[in-house]
Design a protein around this ligand. Structure first.
Ligand code: PMP
Ligand code: GLU
Length: 385
């Protein structure tokens, strides 16, 4: 066998695969409703594009420091400081090619042979696959529907063993949309403080929390800060998925380890994207506008899907995903999604690649017109079942 078995064992990213398939069908001229997208439908804002164009014209087109341009790290540091993150010094920050790479780098730096990586289930598709590329093993924590798929202190405590090295924690959660209150996070942070493991806190959807909820950064709670790694990025908030800018904030030792890998693998994130990211982070108005828009879309999708028989939507507290229980249809999630696409041209993501059967993920990162059209079609699909 030519391929390293660790690499050969990886499955394809279902989210990227289905999103690409949906775009391809659309290109063929078919009127498909895209409820699969893990990215906002709107274009990157002009003020961000302008900064990128200026960067090119001014020759900002060479290698930057491998952990990112100083000005960008300062802008990220100011954001982290506003969130109360103690790692708000430029030396505690590494800018990466997307948050995905930041998560992978932190995992690779921490996970050794014999370690267990805790992954609450349902999980984001890429977490178990990233763990497969390290010497450690994933250990899943099945979350319960009764607790709105939230990690409870009891579930976490029960899963900890002397081998526990990292908890891969994502909130607001992809795919369930669940998020945590300050009090709930404090309970988790206290468990981390008592036990000797790291938390990789993936807060990429931090700007998208609804109904006057506030996003609380886990590291800001002052518990076990040395062992909390905050990950975020610009993909979702600023509709910059293709620009590939993410970052992590962590203790000095981990930052040094991660920087070393960056230096020998990517050299640095794209300089032009970094210039664009500085402009994005300097604009604080954008985020509140985006949040209002997504909340309107969530409300519309929730009210529409709630009226359809045999589908039970969960009202997400954050993100742009709605997790829906489809068990009453008698179809598994893959069958549901492929039949829905074939018959009604609506694409959404089956939850089986998130580790959870019987559910689908419906993205509302699309216009209200598309949401209405998609809901009409789901309704027709259900009636014919
Ligand atoms: N974490 C989660 C939970 C995500 O859904 C995504 C989606 N792309 C990422 C991380 C990575 O985002 P990016 O690499 O585009 O910054
Ligand atoms: N994170 C998004 C999603 O879950 C984008 C695709 C990906 O990176 O997996 O759909």
């Amino acid at each position: 066998m030519d391929i390293n078995p660790q690499v050969a064992s990886l499955t394809k990213s279902a989210t990227l695969k289905i999103t690409a398939l949906t775009k391809q069908i659309k290109k063929q001229g078919k009127d498909v409703v895209n409820f699969a997208a893990g990215e906002p439908d709107f274009d990157t804002p002009d003020f961000i594009k302008k900064a990128a164009k200026e960067a090119i014209d001014q020759g900002f087109t060479k290698y930057t420091p491998s952990t990112g341009d100083l000005k960008l790290k300062e802008a990220i540091a100011r954001r982290l400081e506003r969130q109360g993150n103690p790692f708000s010094d430029k030396n505690n920050i590494v800018v990466t090619a997307g948050a995905k790479y930041a998560i992978f780098l932190a995992l690779l730096s921490l996970a050794s042979e014999g370690d267990e990586i805790l992954i609450p289930l349902p999980y984001w598709v890429s977490y178990p696959e990233m763990v497969k590329l390290t010497p450690a093993k994933p250990k899943f924590i099945q979350l319960s529907q009764e607790n709105n798929f939230k990690l409870t202190p009891e579930l976490l405590e029960k899963s900890i063993t002397p081998r526990t090295k990292v908890l891969l924690f994502n909130y607001p959660s992809n795919p369930t949309g669940a998020t945590y209150t300050r009090q709930e996070l404090l309970q988790i942070a206290q468990i981390v403080e008592k036990n000797n493991f790291y938390v990789l806190s993936d807060e990429i959807y931090e700007a998208l929390v609804y109904d006057q909820r506030e996003h609380v950064c886990l590291a800001s709670l002052g518990k076990a800060v040395e062992r909390i790694v905050t990950v975020s990025g610009l993909s979702k908030t600023f509709s910059m998925t293709g620009w590939r800018v993410g970052y992590l904030a962590a203790n000095q030792k981990l930052v040094d380890a991660v920087s070393n890998i960056c230096g020998h693998t990517t050299s640095c994130p794209c300089s032009i994207s970094q210039a664009a990211a500085i402009a994005a982070l300097e604009n604080q108005e954008w985020e509140s506008k985006v949040k209002v828009k997504f909340q309107e879309r969530r409300d519309l999708l929730y009210s529409r899907l709630s009226q359809i028989k045999k589908i039970i939507p969960y009202n997400p507290e954050g993100t742009f995903y709605m997790f829906c229980d489809i068990r009453e249809t008698g179809l598994n999630s893959l069958e549901f999604c492929s039949q829905l696409l074939d018959r009604e041209l609506v694409s959404c993501i089956p939850a089986s690649p998130f580790g959870q059967e019987g559910f689908v993920r419906v993205s509302f990162a699309t216009s209200t017109e598309q949401i209405n059209k998609g809901a009409d079609r789901i309704s027709t699909f259900m009636e014919k079942l």
